[in-house]
Design a protein around this ligand. Structure first.
Ligand SMILES: [Zn+2]
Length: 389
């Protein structure tokens, strides 16, 4: 989940939360509906003021639900294609589905991206049909449903803008990836188009503010442009990292370390012997020769200091519902995805049921920097006439 987020609920194994910025948008939407939109609708004139506010808040909540359904569509399709989904966070411009890893094929990326806008259009269609079925006298539900039709059409259309990483940008990247046969080229092209779109929106924002004097629309467009500009850069960065890590294996970075602790060890002993003396931040927990969890500095920090002598490793360790591990022959990219999926700082490396060591985020970052310094991509070139070894 993004920083500054509040977790709301869990659906189909996916955490749904809101970023604090969304609360501001929620208040703004409620306010603009209650003060601007609803009182000016002919059939709603003359209601008590509080009713406009209740109606505004209900409609804002329905907008919120529409965005969740849009994001759930992305997440569920991603899951059905074997990609991990960590969470959905609603923030200022809509939602973000936090996927662990990227699609391996352009067709997968295409379908995960396109299903979001299609879902928004489908919600608009359902609201439109429901609205048409209402009797003419039902002014209040008519106002709410009309707004839902409008806002979902807008959501679908905005997300189809071909600026990476918006849905439309991802669709465009999937196409460019198919044309060029290279994820890297496809991403560079899509990010370039994303920058063009972002600059276009920024310029349009300035034009509206400076020439047309339309401050509200101008700031809104400018903010979207600025957001897209940043998002295009960071998404490109992410793909470049994946490319750098191609060919790198877990075995390349893991330091052999078979320090383990038992689940019944008191925390104070763990801190003294394994953390302090071993200069480690995490230790695998093994019981009956089987890896049962990982205990980290973060887990221990949660426990009040006076309970360190009495509480045991087994009571605080992570991974009690199944430990995520990687093998030495797995790609570093896979280790990175495992770290991202669980929001871990390190993941244990296991071969044939035996613990080999632990690979940390810092290990992977060092490997990326090393490969960057050498400008190395893929596997190391071998001498042409090297004798068989
Ligand atoms: Zn989307």
């Amino acid at each position: 989940m993004l920083g500054n987020s509040i977790r709301l609920f869990r659906v189909a194994g996916i955490d749904v939360g809101v970023h604090v910025s969304w609360l501001v948008i929620f208040a703004l939407v409620t306010w603009s509906l209650a003060v601007g939109v609803f009182p000016s609708i002919a059939g709603l004139k003359g209601l008590p003021e509080w009713e406009y506010w209740v109606l505004g808040a209900i409609t804002a909540l329905l907008l919120f639900a529409s965005v969740i359904v849009h994001e759930l569509a992305h997440s569920l399709v991603a899951k059905s294609r074997g990609l991990g989904v960590r969470s959905i966070t609603l923030f200022i411009f809509g939602g973000v589905s936090n996927l662990a890893g990227e699609a391996k094929k352009p067709s997968t990326e295409f379908i995960i991206a396109i299903v979001g806008p299609l879902t928004s259009f489908a919600i608009a269609a359902v609201a439109y049909v429901a609205d048409a079925a209402l009797p003419a006298s039902a002014a209040v539900p008519d106002a709410v449903l009309s707004y839902l039709v409008y806002i979902n059409l807008a959501l679908g259309a905005f997300n189809l803008i071909p600026g990476f990483p918006l849905d439309g940008g991802r669709v465009f990247r999937a196409l460019a990836w198919t044309w060029t046969g290279s994820l890297r080229r496809g991403t560079e092209i899509a990010a370039f188009v994303g920058h063009l779109v972002a600059w276009g929106l920024l310029l349009l924002g300035f034009y509206l503010i400076l020439v047309r004097g339309d401050l509200f629309q101008g700031i809104w467009l400018g903010a979207i442009g600025w957001f897209l500009q940043n998002a295009a850069s960071s998404s490109l960065q992410q793909v470049l990292i994946e490319q750098r890590l191609r060919g790198a294996r877990v075995a390349d970075v893991v330091e052999p370390d078979t320090t383990v602790v038992a689940p019944d060890l008191p925390l104070v002993t763990l801190i003294e012997d394994s953390f302090m003396r071993g200069n480690r931040r995490a230790v695998p927990v093994v019981s009956d020769g089987r890896l049962v969890g990982m205990v980290t500095v973060g887990d221990v920090k949660e426990v009040p200091r006076d309970r360190w002598p009495t509480m045991t490793v087994g009571e605080v360790m992570g991974g009690r519902d199944g430990v995520v591990s990687v093998g030495p022959r797995d790609s570093l990219q896979r280790a990175l995805e495992a770290l991202a999926k669980g929001d871990f700082e390190q993941v244990p490396v296991v071969e044939d049921g035996k613990l080999v060591g632990v690979v940390t985020r810092a290990d992977i970052v060092r490997q990326i920097q090393l490969r960057e310094a050498l400008d190395l991509e893929g596997v190391l070139p071998r001498p042409a006439a090297s004798p068989a070894r």
